[in-house]
Design a protein around this ligand. Sequence first.
Ligand code: LLP
Length: 419
Amino acid sequence: MTAFAYRGGWLAADDLDLRTIAAEVGTPFYCYSATAIEHAYRDFVTALKDCDPKVFYSLKANSNQAVIATLAKIGAGADVVSQGEMRRALAVGIPPEKIVFAGVGKSSSELSAALEAGILQFNVESLSELSRLNDLALACGRRAPVALRINPDVDPLTHKGISTGLADNKFGIDVEQALEMAGNIANFPGIELVGIAVHIGSLLTDMRPCLDAFKRTVEVYRSIQELGIPLKRLDLGGGLGIAYRNETVPSLEDYASVVREATAGLEAELAFEPGRRIVGQAGVLVTRVEYVKQGRDRQFLILDAAMNDLIRPMLYEAWHEIVPLREPNPDEELVAVDVVGPVCESTDTFARERRMPPLKEGDLIAICSAGAYGAVMSSTYNSRLLAPEVLVRGGEYAVVRPRSSYEALIAQDRLPTWI
Ligand code: LLP
């Protein structure tokens, strides 16, 4: 479903003209469609329904509490990677039994807080972590439910910065080592081994590596069961890609058939941790053209949004579609422009030589597919304020994170007494 479409000549989110929101909230701002988020979640669950999936929305993609609450209301659990994310999930009423805690470097205080909360599962990534969790669990008189996250050493064929499934990546436990840890699990009385987890990377657009990784993980699962350990859950992670640029990406049915093929005949509850696929297409970053600058050889569109608001193009050379809020006329001649932000470094470039309809100062544009890894990766670099976030449902909208203020920004620092 497309939440963002031109209506009456202007880009709308659901039934709302984005110009109206821009006039009231100011630019730049993130706008999400609750309807699109719900659709994406329901489509994901429906595609996998014959394996009765347990879906833990990966908060790292977009952890605005209004977004989490939208998903929680329709049944989603949460995949968290920090105490902050866990607290956000709990704050909107996701019960601890629907929270899994992943991540390669959970601190003792994070592990303790999650034990205290009584979460469903810790995805453990090393022997050291297992041992530390065991001690912490024994100290508070609990047993920690653990899934060992394996590293299947499979190339996910994605950008190197978001690959996690290769032996060279810091993630997961080597298969041999995981089998050994499972064999010695009796030495960890504070641990209940409940499952095996895998996640080979994000923005996966080729299902072959996924199939290989899932098959390897199922082999490990079976081998551990053969040791007489009664596992119950196979956590297949997240990672399914979306189309940023009209490219073909695997359908949910393609993904489901890979899952079915790899897990055929396996007695296990299947868990998933999708992030991008649920929220990626449900958000845009609305920004204004501050200046049109004619350089010697190229034209620059200088926006009021910058790399501190959306860093994906700079960090991963990611392509995001950029469209004017005013519907382009098909006869308009396109001009090649560099779309840049005001931050003081050349990295602050959203697109180079992008062919766009002619735009002038003050025009509004939308950077598309920005619902995932947009606002969550933003910063106040150059002492810029964090952009507000708006959630639309049908003809209504709510500001779900107001724009911060300069007063609050400045008040964060403290001067030492000796100055
Ligand atoms: N589970 C684990 C263990 C993960 O590490 C991740 C993402 C997910 C689930 C969710 O993956 P998704 O379904 O969203 O692909 N900032 C990058 C993406 C980083 C992904 C990190 N891990 C980007 O903007 O492309």
